[in-house]
Design a protein around this ligand. Structure first.
Ligand SMILES: NC(=O)N[C@@H](CC(=O)O)C(=O)O
Ligand SMILES: [Zn+2]
Ligand SMILES: [Zn+2]
Length: 431
């Protein structure tokens, strides 16, 4: 089976756009030719996708997402989450283990893989929990979980409170050449606070989440990573202080990498319009200073990659109000348009930088064999319309989650087709 994507505007190594025809056979990129070259479509069974000069990039990779299955299918399923990812241009996603049951056993890892395969949309890479039920008391069976297909260990949703537990986890993971991915949060500094310390919390009388609650774990874990030699990856970085620690750790050669979410690059606590829980997420929106620190850290490579932390919740759950609603916002379907509109269209970033942070950089950090358009690579490809401006309309999301603070934003850079292993898994035309 051959698929040809013609008139694809592809970024070269220097970030220049070149018009190409991409030929794909059995899910692998077979050739990338200059668009002047005559196409042989006489062969039977050739499918042609005309990109019409639109941007064609490696499929986006999202190393931090919540698919909610098993256990919370009213929020999202592996199928709806995968479709939402495909619609957002993502071809590979790594899902967090805070499901019910928690993905702390081989059976659940296998179940996630089977459901993802049955959905047949995007590549789904499961993480497994560090501790049983993410309770922080007892390590999971790392060896069995790795054998079942887990790609790393994390208790995302909560921080591992005990330094000794984290050190044991890191030592074990290091011995197996597996990464530890950490949600950094010291509970004793946070208890019950729904939003960050700052003007918004003051105005509405909320207890605030301080920056140190994140950075204390980052600092602790960097020292433990140094001691154990593990690949330590910091989840959803949101504070200037964490960034300072990561920057210093990288300078002295500690094996630390980090991610940031679009909302922490675009919104601060001052932007929260009122008591709307669609603006409640963990980590919370912080100060403008933190936002600028996150942007600069992504620019200089202190933060390696962009992730969405796609965290769907039902409308009923989000209607409980700022104090009681669960933390989290959806992310797949707005990530690229938001970052393109806010940073590339405004001239602050090159298109190449944004694309790399969502494709080749995550592939490098996690050792994936995707993330670039080259002959012999898996044909995971995204086509993006950089011109068409459209309003964010949660009613149109493929996700079950509608919980976004970006409703009504006018954005450009919408994905129009997504190809996974040579198969068109989503296209605007067919949707
Ligand atoms: N980010 C969030 O606000 N929520 C996540 C948990 C997490 O990523 O820590 C969730 O599972 O809902
Ligand atoms: Zn988290
Ligand atoms: Zn998360």
């Amino acid at each position: 089976m051959r698929l040809i994507i013609r008139n694809a505007n592809v970024l070269d190594e220097n970030g220049n756009l070149e018009l190409k025809h991409i030929s794909i056979v059995d899910g692998i990129i077979e050739s990338i030719e200059n668009a002047g070259t005559a196409l042989d479509s006489s062969e039977s069974g050739v499918q042609i996708l005309d990109a019409e000069g639109k941007l064609v990039t490696p499929g986006f990779i999202d190393m931090h997402v919540h698919l909610r299955e098993p256990g919370f299918e009213h929020k999202e399923t592996i199928e709806t989450g995968s479709r939402s990812a495909a619609k957002g241009g993502f071809t590979t996603i790594a899902c967090m283990p805070n499901t019910r049951p928690v993905t702390d056993n081989s059976e659940t890892v296998q179940l996630v893989k089977e459901k993802a395969k049955a959905a047949g949309l995007v590549n789904v890479l499961p993480y497994a929990a560090i501790t049983k039920s993410e309770l922080g008391r007892e390590l999971t069976d790392f060896k069995a979980l790795k054998e079942a297909g887990a790609i790393g260990f994390t208790d995302d949703g909560v921080g591992v409170q005990s330094a000794q537990m984290m050190k044991d986890a890191m030592a074990l993971a290091a011995s197996m050449n597996m990464p530890v991915i950490a949600h950094c949060e010291d509970n004793s500094l946070v208890e019950g606070a729904p939003v960050a310390e700052g003007e918004f919390a003051k105005r509405h009388g909320f207890k605030g989440i301080p920056n140190e609650s994140e950075a204390i774990h980052v600092g602790r874990d960097i020292l433990l990573a140094e001691a154990t030699g593990v690949h330590y990856h910091v989840c959803h970085v949101s504070t200037e202080q964490s960034i300072r620690l990561i920057r210093q750790a990288k300078e002295i050669g500690i094996n630390v990498t980090a991610e940031v979410c679009p909302h922490h690059l675009i919104l601060s606590e001052e932007d929260i319009p009122g008591l709307d829980a669609n603006w409640k997420m963990n980590p919370p929106l912080r100060s403008k200073r933190d936002v600028e620190a996150c942007i600069q850290a992504l620019e200089d490579g202190t933060i390696d990659i962009v992730v969405t932390d796609h965290a769907p919740h039902s409308a009923e759950e989000k209607a409980k109000g700022m104090q009681l609603a669960p933390f989290g916002i959806v992310g797949f379907e707005t990530a690229f348009p938001l970052l393109y509109t806010k940073f590339v269209a405004t001239g602050r970033w090159s298109l190449n930088m944004l694309v790399n942070r969502m494709t080749s950089d995550p592939a490098k950090v996690f050792g994936l064999n995707s993330g670039s358009l080259k002959v012999g690579a898996p044909a995971d490809i995204t086509i993006v319309d950089l011109e068409n401006e459209k309003e964010v309309d949660p009613e149109q999301f493929a996700s079950k989650g509608r919980n976004t603070p970006f409703t009504g934003w006018q954005l450009k850079g919408w994905p129009v087709a997504t190809v996974v292993q040579g198969k068109v898994v989503w296209s605007e035309q067919e949707a």
